[in-house]
Design a protein. Structure first.
Ligand SMILES: [Zn+2]
Length: 476
């Protein structure tokens, strides 16, 4: 294999005349309504997988297969001829969200079209445009220099919008052939103002239901009031005990495994262009509140939270009804940060609720869902490589994003394969992902292709002695 990497001029000479051609290819991909959550679209999901597999083969990627998972397939392919260079896994998903409400789309969701610099259609940014950029990047490198600077294993999932149900078992079953040095996940985006960014933390989730029970049916408040406990009051007492007025969660041990942000990470957050008052106005809330000692950006990103998502019980009709409710219920969820374990947090919540439950009622706590948090240290060499690649490509210093939401698959790559994850995504922050009129900036798509090439170059140039980073902080 030639070891002369393609120059920027080679890349431009290849890419520039092919803009329209690759846009047409991407549109073809986008026209396949691969909605993984709707069973009637299963054949479309399969068709999108086959389309993507063909696109990888045409790019020159080897060992391409549409791998069965028991659910929607995973498209795998690799190119492993960069002897001595690092190996990266590239992850994205080729399935998309449903399109309803359909009447809010200005044009048909699966008829992608260009308006100015925007390509509009379901899946443009989330995530077909991003994975297509990866395929184009590989095709470009192979066509111009005959080689990739690093070894690459592509893992493109068909259940990215359906909780990735079969991803973990598939990763586990394929652990050997997925050996790598890092995973690049392209399913996130840039910071406000289209500032290029690497997402370094994601929050996990623990979702539970609290049920408080008094009797088999509502009781007359005249006949029983004063002599029995009230489930609605008991539930209110439990909920108010979960969090203090200082915004600290009072479940014993809740913060035990939280990895505190380093001073330099907190400085980077403080330096972000974030307009707190604009955020408040846009949200429509009277005031911003949260955990003392942390900024708004920190509270909604690097700190764990606890919220009541719903609460009900007793009489809720018009007028009045003098009862003591038989039961009362609440949905309670926490956003978690590394290294909190959702199962452990659930058990701590359960034990605390049982301990503080007032007498005279029965209380139960049930786990409804979990998602693992993830964290990649900003000083990890692969993060540095991606940051330099973004700066080279987009001509401005990228920032770190600490995302408040969850992408549990990031933790899957960390835990099952033991890899640091580099969340290098390319969409605009207001790209309407999951919503009507989803769009992808064509400039970001074109930039993504070049940034991916640059990322591979930067990773190939890492010092082999130090490129492993500090594994301790990525294993959790
Ligand atoms: Zn996505």
């Amino acid at each position: 294999m030639p070891d002369r990497p393609a120059t920027d001029q080679d890349l431009d000479a290849y890419l520039e005349p092919r803009r329209e051609e690759r846009l047409e290819r991407l549109k073809e991909f986008l026209r396949i309504p691969s909605i993984s959550g709707l069973p009637e679209h299963a054949p479309d999901v399969r068709r999108a997988a086959e389309w993507l597999a063909d696109e990888l083969r045409s790019a020159g990627i080897e060992h391409v297969e549409v791998s069965d998972t028991g659910g929607h397939p995973i498209v795998y392919g690799d190119w492993l001829h960069a002897d001595g260079a690092p190996t990266v896994i590239v992850y994205g998903h080729y399935d998309v969200q449903p399109v309803d409400p359909l009447d809010e789309w200005r044009t048909a969701p699966f008829e992608p079209h260009v308006e100015g610099d925007r390509l509009i259609g379901r899946g443009t940014g989330d995530d077909k445009g991003q994975i297509h950029a990866h395929v184009v990047a590989a095709a470009t490198l192979l066509a111009t220099g005959g080689a990739l600077p690093v070894n690459v294993k592509y893992v493109f999932e068909g259940e990215g919008e359906s909780s990735s149900v079969h991803l973990d078992p598939w990763l586990t079953a394929n652990r050997d052939r997925l050996a790598a040095d890092a995973a690049i996940i392209s399913d996130t985006g840039f910071f406000e103002g289209n500032i290029p960014a690497i997402t370094v933390t994601l929050r996990g989730l623990m979702y539970a239901q609290i049920d408080v029970r008094l009797a088999g049916s509502d009781l007359h408040s005249g006949s029983y009031g004063g002599a029995v406990s009230n489930p609605a009051v008991a539930l209110a007492q439990i909920i108010t005990a979960l969090k203090g007025p200082d915004g600290r969660i009072r479940i014993p041990g809740f913060y035990d495994s939280v990895v505190e942000a380093t001073p330099s990470e907190r400085e980077a957050i403080a330096a972000l262009p974030f307009d707190e008052e604009a955020f408040r106005t846009e949200t429509g809330v009277p005031a911003l509140v949260g955990e003392s000692g942390y900024s708004t950006l920190e509270r909604k990103s690097i700190r764990p939270t606890l919220d009541v998502n719903g609460i009900w019980g007793g009489f809720q009709g018009d007028g009045s009804k003098t009862i003591i409710p038989a039961t009362a219920h609440a949905k309670v969820s926490t956003r978690l940060v590394a290294d909190q374990e959702p199962q452990d947090i659930f058990e701590k919540l359960k034990a605390f609720v049982e301990a503080i439950a007032p007498p005279g009622v029965e209380v139960s706590v049930e786990l409804l869902g979990t998602g693992l948090p993830s964290r990649t240290p900003t000083d990890h060499p692969f993060v540095g490589a991606a940051m330099r690649a973004l700066e080279r490509t987009f001509g401005r210093a990228p920032v770190y994003i600490n995302a408040g939401g969850s992408i549990p698959i990031a933790a899957s790559f960390q835990r099952i394969l033991g890899l640091p994850v580099i969340l290098e995504g390319f969409t605009q922050p207001n790209d309407l992902a999951h919503a009507p009129n989803e769009w992808l900036a064509l400039g970001n798509y074109e930039g993504a292709i070049r940034a991916i090439v640059a990322t591979f170059d930067e990773i190939a140039a890492l010092d082999p002695a130090t490129r492993g980073g500090d594994r301790r902080s990525t294993d959790g």
